[in-house]
Every structure is written in C-alpha cells, then in structure tokens.
Design a protein around this ligand. Structure first.
Ligand code: EPU
Length: 430
C-alpha cells in the first residue's frame, strides 16, 4: 500500500496529456467478448481497473495482450474465441463495479451469466434494478442466489424498454445484450454520455446495428454474429476536467492535450463564470486562472449537465473562491465523503441534505487525509497542491483505479509530489 505526499503551493505550468476514458474502457473490454475474433483497442488507459477486467477475461478462457503495459495509450488485443460460460462469483469481480457489464455481455454471448453482485465506490445507494428490468424484458430469467445473480434466457428477444432512471450502466448493459437479441430493441429514456456512444461505436464496428445513441431513444436490430475489429477509445473527459480544475486552482498556464472540448462544456462554462480564462483549439484547451475567483453554484445532472464525477474536485476549487457556492449532487446524493477530509485541511464547508455549502476563500493547510473513493482522491490531490505544507493522502489505490500515472503527470507540470509506502500503523488506522 502506498500513500501520496504533496508539498503544496507550487504553481503548475506546461502540458498534460489526457488518457483514454476510464468509463469507456471498463465497458469496451466486456463488450469485446461479444465478438468471435480478435478485438484491438488503441489508446487504452494504463489504470488498474483495465487490468482487473483483463483478469476476468482470462478467467473465462479469453486472451488479453497488452502491447505496452507500462506506458500510456496502450493497445490491447482481446481474443474471445476460446471463451466459455463460467460463473464469475467473487475475486476480481468484486474489485470494480463495472464488472457488471459482463452480465449484459455474457448474456449476449452465451444467453446466460452467473456473476457476483457489484460493489463500488461508496457514493450512496447504487441499485441495478434498471439493468435487471432490461434483461428481463429481453427474455432472461433473473434469480439472486446468495448474492450471485443468475441470468438465463432460452433466446433473447428484442423489446421496448423504458428506463425509469436515466442510467449509464443500464443503457450500456442492455445494449450489450440486445445487439445479439432476435428482432428490434428500443431503449427509451436512455443515457447520452459520450462513453455510451464510444461503446456503441465499437459494437457497430463489430457488426451490430445501433441507431440513435447520443439521443434518449436507442434502436437496436439484433444480429447473429459479431466479428473482431479495431477501435480507438475516446479521451477521458473526467480526467481532463480534473486537470482543468487543478489548473484553475494552482496553474499559471496549463495546456490540456487530447481533449474533446464539447464533452467538457458544462465544466468549462462554470470555470469561466468563476473568472478563469479558457482557450480551446483543435484537441487542446489552455487554462489561464485569474488572481481572484468568484464562487458559483453547481448542480450535477446527467450528460450534458455538470458531471457528478467532477463535483468532488470542483468542491476543492470552490474553497479558493470568494463568496458562497452550493454544490448539489442529484445523481449520487451522498457523494460528500471528501468534505470531512477537506475540513481537516481548513476548508469551510457544510453538508446539508444533498448539498455542500462552500464558503471561501480559505487558505488550505496540509493534513493527513484519506481518499474514500476515486474522485474524492482527485479532490484531495488538488487540495494538497493548493495547501501550505506537506499533505499525506492514503487510499491511493482508489486513485490508481481511474487516473493514469497521476503523480508522473503532476511532476511534469512542476508539482512536488511523491509516493511512499504506508506504515503498518497507518494501514491499521485505515
Ligand atoms: N440507478 C438506479 N437504478 C439502476 C441504475 C442506476 O436507480 O438500475 C441510479 C443510481 O443510483 C444513480 C443514477 O441512477 O443515482 C445514475 O447511475 P448510473 O447507472 O448512470 O451510474 P453508473 O453507470 O453506475 C457511471 C460511472 C460513474 C458515474 C455515473 C454517473 C462507470 C463505470 N461509472 O456509473 O463513474 O458517476 O455513471 O455519471 O461508467 C467514477 O468514474 O468515479 C464513477 C463513479
């Protein structure tokens, strides 16, 4: 186990390269098993969630090869031709929530899946009722046998499915099963996140017939077979957004490279409202912070609204702004575990209901803090970069699940950040 140490207060400058999107990657890998032959994906992020999914692929007889495992933008080859239906009870499946995409993918491939119930970052309740509703509509019988979900269909048949809640996971999972179902599936009230479009692009390259992704009605004509193909993943808008926030907080001139500007519009609009200058060119944005920042309110919404995954990093930035800002999370109403840690660092934040009320500006002070989840980790790294003194962050494995080489990227921008082994006493305390 490692911890991250940051000597705060340094100004950041230079260019940072954004990696492939984590939330696409974790769906593209399970999606690849639907093919009969090799699927090659370029630009995959070098993060532990991808390697964990690779282990799951291997455990059911698939083969996954990494062309350059230790560098960013790796190319992976997935050979699903020898896969067999096997239960996926525990172990790797429990390490990441996105392993639930094997439900839809195995159902599509084998008409059956047996898989442990997903866990995930502690963000409050995270039901999967809409995924199950979709699988049942497609003809699967679904039973829960002591925490193992068993999905089985004689034959998957297309259906009209209205999602009661707009859900990224349910939209993708239903799509994964429906591409192999007989006839037409219509997903109504579908989510529109760019990662869903990325998964649909891969499936279409494999031979699937999907229309309407990116709108709230997706139409899928099932096909009998899907073939291997080559695909390039989209850049990670949440990683890019996290760097834009830290550039606004502690940068002088930071260029964020490999960005699809349109994916970040809600965040960049809010940064501009605060007084930050943002310039966009082809695949880059330049962030020029202002000396004084004005507070703003944010409310997280489904795409294209403000993303819940940037709410925690943004809360850290608000501690530097003048006035009071209200951060309301309508997607994960309890996603405020970072607030207690920020308070340890002298932030003035109150949580009331589904909102955090941030009053600033306050000068953050270094402290020993713990990352309870991935984006809380990013929020604390940004706080550490802003604070006076040396901040120690434990819970680093959460950060490594979703941010490729974060310490290396920050060193390149001029941060004084390093890793040390956690002591036995610290592990016991955690
Ligand atoms: N929901 C239900 N029933 C369902 C599914 C979802 O009530 O069957 C609710 C959830 O409880 C939540 C809302 O619907 O309140 C949205 O959940 P969604 O299903 O969209 O989230 P997810 O697919 O589980 C993905 C990302 C999250 C991101 C959310 C929202 C992946 C692997 N995860 O989760 O990313 O916060 O969408 O955009 O794509 C992260 O990257 O840190 C992260 C948690």
């Amino acid at each position: 186990m490692e911890k991250i140490l940051i000597e705060g207060g340094r100004k950041l400058n230079g260019q940072v390269q954004i990696s492939g999107a984590k939330n696409s990657a974790v769906a593209l890998v399970p999606a690849a098993i639907l093919a009969n032959s090799d699927v090659i994906i370029d630009g995959m992020p070098n993060i532990s969630d991808v390697f964990t999914l690779g282990k799951i692929i291997e455990s059911i007889g698939g083969n996954i090869a990494y062309e350059s495992k230790n560098t960013s933008n790796q190319t992976i080859h997935i050979d699903p031709s020898q896969m067999a239906l096997k239960p996926l009870p525990n172990g790797y499946v429990k390490q990441l929530r996105a392993s639930y995409y094997f439900m839809g993918a195995m159902l599509g491939k084998f008409n059956e899946a047996i898989i442990g119930l997903p866990v995930g970052c502690p963000l409050g309740p995270r039901p999967i009722d809409q995924h199950i509703k979709g699988f049942k509509a497609l003809g699967a019988e679904v039973t829960n046998e002591q925490g193992l979900i068993h999905l089985k269909a004689k034959e998957l048949r297309g259906a009209r499915i209205y999602l009661d809640v707009v859900s990224v996971g349910a939209t993708i999972n239903i799509m994964l099963a429906a591409v192999k179902a007989k006839g037409q599936t219509i997903i109504e009230n579908a989510a529109k996140e760019p990662e869903i479009i990325d998964v649909a692009t891969l499936l279409t390259n494999m031979g699937a017939k999907i229309k309407g992704v990116g709108t709230d009605i997706i139409r899928i004509e099932g096909v009998d077979t899907l073939d291997g193909c080559r695909h390039t993943i989209i850049p990670d808008r949440i990683e890019a957004g996290s760097y834009a926030i830290l550039a606004a907080a502690q940068g002088e001139e930071v260029i964020i490279d490999n960005v699809i500007y349109e994916h970040l519009e809600s965040l960049l609009a809010k940064l501009r409202e605060m007084g930050v200058t943002i310039k966009e060119s082809d695949e880059q944005i330049l962030v020029l912070p202002s000396k004084t920042l004005k507070s703003v309110d944010i409310k997280t919404l489904v795409y294209p609204g403000f993303p819940t995954d940037l709410q925690q990093p943004f809360t850290t930035l608000l501690t530097k702004a003048e006035g009071t800002g209200i951060v309301t999370d309508t997607i994960y109403t309890a996603r405020f575990k970072h607030v207690d840690e920020l308070r340890r660092m002298n932030a003035n934040i109150k949580v009331e209901g589904h909102s955090a009320i941030v009053t600033g500006p306050t000068e953050l002070k270094a402290a020993r803090v713990h990352a309870t989840d991935l984006r809380a980790g990013a929020a604390l790294v940004i706080a550490g970069l802003m604070a006076n003194g040396v901040t120690e962050i434990t819970g680093v494995s959460h950060i490594d699940r979703g941010y490729e080489n974060m310490t290396e990227k920050l060193i390149q921008l001029g941060a004084n950040i390093w890793r040390e082994k956690t002591t036995q006493a610290e592990i016991k305390h955690i």
